[in-house]
Ligand binder design. Sequence first.
Ligand code: HEM
Length: 592
Amino acid sequence: MFLDLVLEFFRSYLGLFLLWGVGSWLAYNRYAYGLNHIPGPKLASLTNFWRLFVVYGRRAELEYIRLHEKYGSLVRLGPNLVSVSDASAIPVIYALNAGFIKSDFYKVQQTLAKGQPLLTLFTSTDEGYHSKLRRAVSNAYAMSTLVQSEPYIDSTTTEFIRQIQSRFADKPGKICDLGFWLQLFAFDVIGELTYSKRLGFIENGIDVEGIISSIEGMLDYAAVVGQMPGLDKLLIKNPIRKFCSKLGLLNSNTYMVSFARKRLDERVDPLTGLEKLEAKLVTDPPRRDFLSRFLEAHKKDPDMITNQRVLALTVANVFAGSDTTAISLRAVFYYLLKNPADMQSLLNEIFEQKRNGKFARADGLVDWKVVRELPFLDAVVKEALRCHPATGLPLERITPKAGITVCGKFIPGGTIIGCNAWTVHNDASVFGEAPKEFRPRRWIDASQDQRRLMENSILTFGAGSRTCIGKNISLLEMYKLIPAFLMKFQVSQEGTFCAISGHYNSLSAFQNGTKALSSTWATPLKLGVQNIVCDGSSAAAEVKAENTVCKNRLPFTTEYRWVCSFNDENKIVKINAYMDTDLVTRVIEQNS
Ligand code: HEM
C-alpha cells in the first residue's frame, strides 16, 4: 500500500523531477566552474553537447574564429573549457614544467592493444611518463639524425614522381587527384623512415590495408567524442569490451596497432625482444630506421622502453606523422594553385637554382642543405602552414591547482584551456593585415623583430614540452618534394570541372571547389549523398566510385568529392567521385 503511494507520487511528479534534475545540471555547469566572467555562446556554458555538435558539423575552426572575432581573446567554449586566441598565452600554457597537463581529449585517441590503451608520446597524459619516454627517443628525431635518412625520402620521392609520370603526365587529359597522391606519399615516407619499408601506397596507388581510412575514421571519432570524453567509455573503451578482449573473446585492437604489430613481428625476435639478425638491414652505410633506433633504446633501458612501448612509438609515428604531413602538403599545393603569382615566384626561384647549377643532381631531386636556404620556398611553406594548420581544435590542457591569469583574467585551477592554431594565426596584430589571406611575402617583408614574433606565434606544430617531435621529418619531406615535383611537372587546377562538396545532402556546385582541404580533427562530414542536383541539370543518379556502382547513395563511411564534367551547354556529361580533396588537377611534364 505504502509502496503504491510512493510509486504513484513519483509517477505524478516524474516530469517535474526530470526538469529539476536537468535544470540543476545546467545551472551547475554554468556557475560551478567559476568561468562566468569569460564571454561566449550561452549554450556553450550550459553543456558540452554544444561543442560536440559544432565539431560534428565539421569545420569547427571556422566557427571558433568567428567567436573569437566576436568575443575577443578568451572564449568559453564549454562549461569548463576556455579557448585563447592571444599568442602571448602560448608560453604560459605550454611551457616546460608549467604544471599544465593534457586533458582527457587525448585519452580518446589512445589506441587499444589487447584491450588496453597504448600510451604513446602523443596521447599520454602522464607528464612524468611522457618526459622519460621522450628523453629516451628524442635523438632519433633530431635534424642531424634525420638528414642521414635523406636517401630514403629520396627513394620514395623518385617512386612518387615515376608514378605521377606514368599514370598522369604520360596520359594527356587524365585527371590527377593530387590530394590523394600526396597522402599516399606521406604514408609511404613514414613507412620507409620507420620500418625501412615502403608500404606500397604509391606503387599501387591505393590505401594499403585501409590504413588511411582507418586513421581518418579514428580522428573523426576522436574529434567528436573528444568533446565529451566520458562517451568513449561507453563506446570504444567500455569495460565489457575491454574485459572480453583481455580474455581473447573479442579483437579490440585498433586497426593501426595491428598494422604496426605485423611490421614489428617481421623484424623482432619474440624470445629476446631484439632485432632478428636476419632482419637487420645490411647496407652501406648501415641503414638505421626508427624501429632499429627504438630497439636500441629498448636494449639500453628495457624497463623503460619495453616491447609494448616500442610498438607505441612506431604507432605514434604513423598516427601523428602521416595524415598531418599530407594535409600540410596539400595546403601548400592548394594555395599555390589558387595564387598563380606566388606559384610563378616559386618557380622562378627554383629554376634559377637549376640555372646556377645548385640543383645539379642527375636524378632531378634536391638536397636539404640547398633547399633549406630558398627564401621564397620557406615563405610559401610557412604561410601554408599558418593558413591551414593540420589540427583544427584547441590543444587542450588542464590548468594547475592554483589557477592562472591569462589575458588579464583569472582562470581557476582544473579548467580546460587551450589555444587553437586557426584562431591564433588569425591575429592581424601579429601576422599583419589580411591574416586570412595567403600571402607568403608577409614572411619576407617583415622586419626581423616582426618575423621573430610571427615565428614564435605559429602553433601548427604545437608548443613547449609537448611540441611535435616529428616536425623536422615533415619539413624535410616538404622542402624536398615541392621543388623536385615542380621542376618535373606543371600542375593546374582543373578548370572545366566543377568540384562539388560531397558532404551536403543536397549538393550545390561551386566552380573550382574551395571547400575543406581536410583537417585532422576537422574533416568534412561524411554523409551519403542522396540526390545529385546541380545547376538545374538533373545528373544521372548512377555514380562510379572505386569499381563500385552505387545507386543514389554511397556508403556512409566513405568521403567522396563529386567532380562533374560539363559540355558546352553547361550540362553535366559525367560525374566522378573522388576521395576527399580539392586538388583535382592536371599534371603535365615541365618544358622549361
Ligand atoms: C606537418 C606535419 C605535422 C604537423 C602539422 C604536426 C602537428 C603536431 C601537433 C600540433 C602536435 C602537438 C599536439 C598537442 O600539443 O596536443 C604534435 C605532436 C606530435 N607529433 Fe606531430 N605533426 C606533424 C608531423 C609529425 C611527424 C612526421 C611525426 C612523426 C613521425 C609526428 C609525431 C608527433 C608526436 C609523436 C607528437 C607528440 C609529441 C609529444 O607529446 O611529445 N608529427 N604534432
